[in-house]
Design a protein around this ligand. Structure first.
Ligand SMILES: *Cc1c(COP(=O)(O)O)cnc(C)c1O
Length: 364
């Protein structure tokens, strides 16, 4: 008789040691306090009425499979970005597209270089695909160390991920340093520029990734509808890439992965971008207010180019997050690195600023 314990199906050994994606928690209720979740970089605004209307209409046909090729969405994006539809590869959020990229490019043991700390999905997606994660520490001022990342490229490297603005530190790479990086990296290495927060970038020195894509066939630009467009719950993002790469990404996509409601909402959101941009501008004004207040309190933080701020609190990380949680404010702590707090509702920012002021006063 077989031993049921030793003969049972076993997941791959690599999964046991893998980090898990930790979603932002909803805040625990505190009596007399509105609760705010500023731990997932979500857009605080409800869906636009015009987008909701299109999604309702699409829902009436959900007995049918979605358009597997996302033709309408790809055409709308192509028109907006000034490329052909064959340059667009949609996926279930840009995390889904990132999985398609690694699966398209990497055999077992191939290396993927990225900065750390950066987006927590990177090591997970890379490891699940059977590739090897190579993490290159950020600089002391929480920026990508692009020369060190270029130096980390080996014969096994197939992909480099550049997250700009970087989640969770909010910093952008500079246009000139990115150009120098692209010149240093071998042309057979795919360079993925993850621009999940590009709509929040105001720094004139930030790179124009789409322009770099035109001159560098090894560049892929990754974008999402989850942040500025406010469609996080629908799961839709896309890569912009040269047609041969985009075709490979469509090949490794889950068939029918981008559902019909997401496709419809994304197309409607592109059409309504003027309205969405008003909201983005309001979030940018709120980011400026929060950054100015924190600076006045004495905090020295990296300048944010995204819809969140980064507190490099080191060993105080958990304590600060607990102080927020005690006031029904959920922020996102990262080990002994720091805390990320999303720019969302004004009430949430006000509470964050009050807690931050007390923290400064206490630790002086
Ligand atoms: C939020 C985020 C994404 C987008 O995730 P979706 O899967 O599109 O919701 C991608 N990259 C980074 C760095 C992010 O922070």
């Amino acid at each position: 008789m077989a031993d049921p314990m030793t003969d049972s199906p076993r997941p791959r050994a690599v999964l046991a040691g893998m980090p898990r994606y930790r979603p932002g928690r909803p805040p625990a209720p505190v009596a007399g306090r509105a609760a705010y979740k500023i731990s997932s970089n979500e857009n605080p605004y409800p869906p636009l009425p015009s987008v909701l209307e299109v999604v309702r209409d699409a829902a009436s046909r959900m007995n049918r499979y979605p358009d597997m090729a996302s033709v309408e969405l790809r055409e709308a994006l192509a028109q907006r970005l000034g490329v052909g539809p064959d340059w667009i590869a949609p996926g279930t959020g840009s995390v889904g597209v990132l999985g398609q990229i690694i699966q398209a490019m990497c055999d077992a043991g191939d290396e993927v270089v990225f900065a750390w700390r950066s987006f927590e999905a990177y090591p997970i997606v890379v490891t699940v695909a059977g590739a090897t994660a190579v993490a290159v520490p950020l600089t002391a001022d929480a920026r990508h160390d692009l020369p060190a990342m270029a130096a980390a490229v080996t014969e096994r490297t197939r992909v480099v991920l550049v997250c700009t603005p970087n989640n969770p530190t909010g910093t952008c790479v500079g246009a000139a340093e990115l150009r120098a990086f692209l010149a240093a990296v071998p042309r057979h290495v795919l360079v993925v520029i993850d621009e999940a927060y590009v709509e929040f970038v105001t720094d004139p020195d930030a790179p124009d990734a789409l322009a770099l894509l035109r001159t560098h066939p090894n560049v892929v630009v990754l974008r999402t509808f989850s942040k500025a467009y406010g469609l996080a719950g629908l799961r839709v993002g896309y890569a912009v890439a040269h047609p041969e790469i985009a075709d490979a990404l469509r090949t490794t996509a889950v068939p029918f992965g981008v559902n019909s409601l997401a496709q419809a909402a994304a197309v409607a959101s592109l059409a309504a971008y003027d309205e969405l941009e008003v909201r983005v501008k309001e979030l940018l004004a709120e980011r400026s207010r929060v950054e100015a207040e924190l600076a006045a309190q004495g905090w020295v933080l990296p300048r944010s180019q995204a819809n969140f701020v980064w507190f490099p609190l080191r060993e105080d990380t958990a304590g600060f997050a607990d102080a927020c949680e005690a006031e029904a404010l959920t922020v996102r702590p990262y080990g002994v690195d720091g805390v990320r707090a999303t720019i969302g509702e004004i009430g949430a920012s006000d509470r964050l600023l009050a807690i931050a002021a007390r923290w400064r006063a206490r630790s002086r």
